[in-house]
Design a binder for this molecule. Structure first.
Ligand SMILES: [Fe+2]
Ligand SMILES: [Fe+2]
Length: 396
């Protein structure tokens, strides 16, 4: 049974939640607390999988409550209910919450958020994986700037140009986005000088991917050394993202999926960052035994940590509330055959792009590349014959 704890200082809100979530009581065990203090007392006595808390409360507010949960109960998924106003308190909350729901939250949104957590726990239901992830203490929270961009993009009165304004306030971010957009990767014919222009040319979804991945990568800059080449990983991720999108376009996937391929490609190896940062010495051992991050990191990581970077990354993005397609693609980018889907999907694009980019980086020939690939999976999604064309495309 999945255990969820709901916290709000307003009795009416709590009662409303109790009533509207009644239908879920066969699937979830729900407890309700009236204050931060009460919630902490309950956490000390019971096991919870997730906490859903209001931010504004007298006494211990949501930020303080979730910080304590982060510190003392790091395995609990933290979801904040936040008002629309963008105040200091809300922004601060981005440091400690895994996910935000706008208040008043619709019951369906709460259900989706909790159900997603349930699914993630069950993807990783394997006991070894669970305890390994349990020991991955305090997974980082979702970056605040990305949260603001999401909010603006979701606001019916918001606009794509306001999103560009928000990003422009962050000088380091704008510089990085412009650098990347003007690099050969995107192949744009004219020079792009402003984030507004970049947003207009590439669209909101791509800009969102860039903001999130840049924030994550820059958060790890200068962190403990673990033998990891951050610059190289960033380049590998960007190349994978763009090739994944080209493959999606080639396969004529819907525009939304082409954009999702960029996000999933950018973030597919994010678990490497998390593991390498949490356990630099142990990760150094893993990478020392490999010519490249990709030459079978899965097995080496599983031996060392009991879990691979793919699962860690998928789990992290899952608790951040990223779309299921992205989570699935990241989680299974080394084992797509485990997913029961015979369609050519975003996962397929990322899987193939990652392998082709690795082959280019390691100078593998086409036969060696094919050996790396899961031929049953390629047959299932019917794309075996295109691999060498796509490789040519990547090389160009
Ligand atoms: Fe990977
Ligand atoms: Fe990779």
């Amino acid at each position: 049974m999945f255990n969820a704890l709901f916290v709000d200082d307003e009795i009416n809100v709590l009662n409303g939640l109790k009533r509207s979530l009644r239908t879920m009581k066969d699937n979830w065990n729900m407890q309700f607390a009236n204050s931060g203090e009460e919630a902490i007392a309950m956490l000390e006595d019971n096991h919870f999988d997730a906490i859903v808390s209001d931010i504004r409360m007298p006494g211990m507010d949501g930020v303080e409550l979730l910080s304590r949960v982060q510190k003392n109960f790091p395995g609990v998924i933290r979801i904040a209910l936040s008002g629309h106003a963008e105040t200091e308190l809300e922004l601060e909350c981005a440091r400690v919450a895994h996910q935000f729901l706008a208040k008043p939250a619709e019951v369906e949104q709460i259900q989706t958020a909790i159900n997603r957590s349930v699914t993630l726990r069950s993807i990783l239901s394997d006991k070894t994986l669970q305890s390994a992830l349990g020991s991955v203490v305090a997974l980082p929270s979702i970056p605040g700037l990305y949260q603001r961009v999401l909010k603006e993009a979701a606001d019916p009165e918001g606009s794509i140009m306001n999103v560009a304004d928000i990003i422009s306030e962050d000088l380091a971010m704008s510089t990085k986005i412009l650098q990347l957009v003007n690099s050969a990767f995107f192949g744009l014919s004219s020079h792009v000088d402003t984030v507004k222009q970049a947003t207009g040319l590439l669209g909101l979804e791509i800009i969102k991917s860039l903001v999130l991945s840049q924030k994550i990568f820059s958060a790890y800059e200068g962190l403990k050394s673990s033998g990891l080449n951050l610059e190289r990983l960033m380049q590998h991720s960007t190349k994978t993202a763009l090739l994944a999108r080209s493959i999606a376009q080639f396969e004529e996937l819907p525009a939304r999926q082409c954009d999702q391929a960029v996000m999933a490609g950018m973030l597919h190896d994010v678990g490497v960052l998390v593991l390498a940062n949490l356990y630099p010495e142990r990760y150094a051992k893993v990478s020392a035994n490999l010519d490249s991050i990709e030459a079978g990191p899965g097995m080496a990581e599983i031996e060392e940590f009991g879990v691979s970077h793919a699962h860690v990354g998928g789990y992290l993005l899952g608790i951040w509330g990223l779309p299921d397609v992205i989570v699935e693609s990241v989680c299974f980018h080394h084992s797509p055959g485990l997913v029961a889907d015979n369609n050519f999907s975003v996962l397929g694009c990322v899987y193939i792009a990652n392998n082709i980019i690795n082959a280019c980086e390691l100078d593998l020939n086409d036969d060696q590349l094919m050996e790396q690939l899961d031929s049953d999976y390629l047959e299932r999604i019917a794309c075996k014959s295109n691999i060498s064309d796509w490789r040519r495309m990547a090389e160009e």
